[in-house]
Write a protein that binds this ligand. Structure first.
Ligand code: SF4
Length: 348
């Protein structure tokens, strides 16, 4: 059965056949603009509300919710149809509120340092399951007097491996939830066909490439998909994306102690960043500890030094604050607890 955000407007109109035509707008606006539950759409007759509540069930079933002590980061664990679990993280900054959404349950890309990769792939999320994460986060932000302004597709999964469901979600988030394309960021580990499809879309979203290594030998090891799309091919697609969209592109770089935080790594990274038509911005992420990967993240002093080296080489770099490390909500940690929970469940 489709869930409430799986339906597009035409499918909703078909569901509401027999009702006055304006009901379609009322329900659509209620779900997307008011962020309401069908049962709370008081402009509708009670009988219709009850019917919609039954025929348009929620996709996400809250299993757990955790928040940092200061409340600036909230993480949800949701159960999905069929038993898969995904996580969504809401982050309040001084000047903005961002949600990080999952696009797949698990991930098939197998990056060794990533908790999601360690957990393996379960299934693609539907468009409705992706949109509903944004709706719930937006509602929570609104209830706390904030406005959700940014969506980053950087949770569990590789968004471009689920392109046919992710892109309609992007369009819906833009057109119906009203977020500007400038504030939507798709991440990819380097799926070149997906980057090329993105370049042909009308909406100019931001692209974040999870690079983590700037030579093929190391990248083959850290990010196995590099064997299929090596760096020259990936950089070619990035350059074409930039030419087509004119948006800033970022490289994500999880700093792993002694592995990709050396001076030679900074030099190679700077060279790649500067080789693009618009120099890439680098986001440095100190690697978080995950249960299945022994290597440690770079020490904070090393992170500072690496950033300084990049700046000296003419590349803008930002150290991403590890928001929510105390609730496992930082990059590469989503699914650490999910998987752990699953294994514990299996043992019971
Ligand atoms: S880093 Fe991204 S692409 Fe790689 S396994 Fe983790 S979620 Fe998948």
């Amino acid at each position: 059965m489709p869930t409430r955000y799986d339906l597009d407007r035409d499918a909703l109109a078909a569901l509401l056949a027999g009702e006055p035509r304006y009901r379609v707008d009322q329900v659509w606006d209620g779900l997307h603009r008011q962020l309401a539950e069908p049962a709370d759409l008081t402009t509708l007759p009670k009988v219709l509300r009850a019917r919609l509540d039954e025929e348009l069930p929620a996709a996400l079933h809250p299993v757990a919710e955790s928040a940092t002590r200061d409340g600036s980061t909230v993480k949800w664990l949701f159960g999905l149809d069929g038993g898969a679990r995904v996580e969504t993280v809401l982050m309040h900054y001084r000047d903005r509120t961002t949600v990080c959404v999952s696009t797949q349950a698990g991930c098939a890309m197998g990056c060794g340092f990533c908790a999601t990769g360690q957990a393996g792939f379960q299934r693609n999320l539907t468009t409705g399951e992706i949109v509903e994460q944004v709706v719930l986060a937006s509602r929570r932000a609104r209830d706390g007097g904030r406005r959700l302004g940014n969506v980053v597709f950087m949770g569990m999964g590789e968004p471009l491996a689920n392109y046919d469901r992710v892109w309609p979600a992007v369009v819906r988030i833009h057109e119906d939830l009203g977020l500007s394309a400038r504030h939507l960021t798709l991440s990819t580990v380097g799926l070149v066909p997906g980057i090329r499809r993105l370049a042909a879309e009308e909406l100019p979203v931001n692209l974040a490439v999870s690079l983590h290594a700037a030579n093929d030998d190391l990248r083959n090891e850290l990010v196995p998909i590099n064997k299929r799309y090596p760096l020259t091919v990936l950089m070619g697609a990035c350059a074409d994306y930039l030419r087509a969209k004119g948006r800033r592109l970022s490289f994500e770089w999880a700093l792993i102690d002694g592995t990709n935080d050396r001076l030679s790594d900074a030099r190679e990274l700077a060279e790649l960043a500067r080789s693009l038509p618009l120099p890439a911005h680098v986001n440095l992420i100190p690697l978080n500890p995950t249960p299945g990967y022994r290597t440690r993240g770079t020490h904070p002093d090393g992170v500072k030094l690496f950033r300084q080296r990049l700046e000296d080489l003419g590349v803008n770099a930002t150290v991403r604050r590890n928001r929510g490390v105390d609730i496992d909500a930082a990059c590469g940690q989503l699914a650490a607890r999910v998987e752990l929970g699953r294994k514990q469940d299996q043992r019971r």
